[in-house]
Ligand binder design. Structure first.
Ligand SMILES: NC(=O)C1=CN([C@@H]2O[C@H](COP(=O)(O)OP(=O)(O)OC[C@H]3O[C@@H](n4cnc5c(N)ncnc54)[C@H](O)[C@@H]3O)[C@@H](O)[C@H]2O)C=CC1
Ligand SMILES: [Mg+2]
Ligand SMILES: [Zn+2]
Length: 276
């Protein structure tokens, strides 16, 4: 089956197509959704910082207007990407997730990090270019490890003070320079809960556009230690029995997938599919 959404670098000099508008307040939307006829949207006197052609949805070109700030558009409102992830159509969320990552990069790479001069968009490539320095800047992707640690019927979940009240999730953290995915996982689990792990198994990956993580998901078994929560980062962490789980992360997250797969295996149920 051909995917409904494919990314592409499109020529912004071509007219027509659809467009999404993104500001620090989120995406513009109305009763018909977050995609607007591009020519109409460009007539709305929006404070456009950058325009990028981002791909095709059902064969139609889609562009992103990255705005300096949000502005009033009659009959429209602004909504953050997280809300689209939680409640919206999955394909639309994929379009907006990609748009958000390109928008963040476009916003943060207007000037060369080496000499400070304005950079220009490279045609037919997703890159910003500084001619005097001959430097190309590509969208940033931050590899992050996420792991479900288990001990028989028990799974190790923690909560950060940033989480929705009551929700517990798998442990996660950003890779640092010099680390392999496995090094990062072992360090993060040690830092966050002071637990040692063994038998690390790769489970799958997921793009997490908040703002530019690439989640690498693992399963690991408990090897030793008692839970000691890292100050400021982990508010609480506990071993939960698979029959008595707390409120869990959103169903589209890889965190939830890692938990659901393990629970399904323990209980002999059908395994879930990792959301793209
Ligand atoms: N899709 C999913 O199911 C889940 C995704 N996540 C994501 O995983 C990522 C990492 O999780 P956290 O526990 O927040 O990370 P973490 O345990 O490494 O701690 C966060 C800290 O890392 C530092 N940091 C921020 N951005 C960074 C970067 N790009 N590179 C290196 N360090 C950075 C900051 O000091 C920040 O306070 C986040 O993007 C988070 O949203 C976390 C849990 C579930
Ligand atoms: Mg963490
Ligand atoms: Zn430069």
């Amino acid at each position: 089956m051909t995917p409904r959404w494919t990314t592409a670098v499109l020529d912004t000099d071509q007219p027509g197509g659809w467009a999404v508008a993104r500001s620090p307040e989120g995406f513009l939307f109305d009763d018909n959704g977050a995609l607007f006829p591009r020519e109409w949207l460009k007539r709305q006197e929006l404070p456009i910082l950058a325009e990028h052609g981002i791909g095709h949805l059902d064969g139609e070109p889609v562009y992103l207007l990255e705005l300096r700030n949000h502005s009033e558009v009659s009959g429209c409102n602004w909504k953050g990407l997280r809300a689209f992830m939680l409640e919206g159509d999955h394909t639309l969320y994929k379009v907006l997730g990609y748009a958000a990552q390109i928008g963040t990069w476009a916003r943060e790479h207007r000037f060369c990090g080496n000499c400070g001069q304005a950079m220009t968009q490279v045609p037919r490539e997703r890159a910003m270019y500084c001619q005097p320095c001959d430097i190309r800047s590509y969208p940033r992707i931050s590899p992050s490890m996420i792991v479900l640690v288990t001990r028989g019927d028990e799974i190790l979940l923690g909560r950060s003070p940033r989480f929705v009240p009551g929700v517990y999730s798998t442990l996660a953290g950003f890779a640092e320079p010099g680390e392999s995915a496995e090094d990062c996982l072992i360090r993060e689990v040690r830092e966050e809960v002071r637990i040692e792990v063994k038998n690390i198994q790769y489970m799958g990956s997921q793009c997490w556009p908040f703002p530019h993580s690439m989640m690498l998901g693992f399963h690991a078994e408990y090897a030793g230690g008692e839970i000691v929560c890292q100050e400021d980062e982990i508010e609480d962490a506990q071993w939960f029995n698979v029959h008595a789980l707390p409120p869990l992360p959103a169903s589209r997250s890889i965190a939830r997938y890692l938990i659901d797969v393990y629970v399904a295996r323990r209980l002999g149920h059908a395994e879930p599919v990792l959301p793209g």
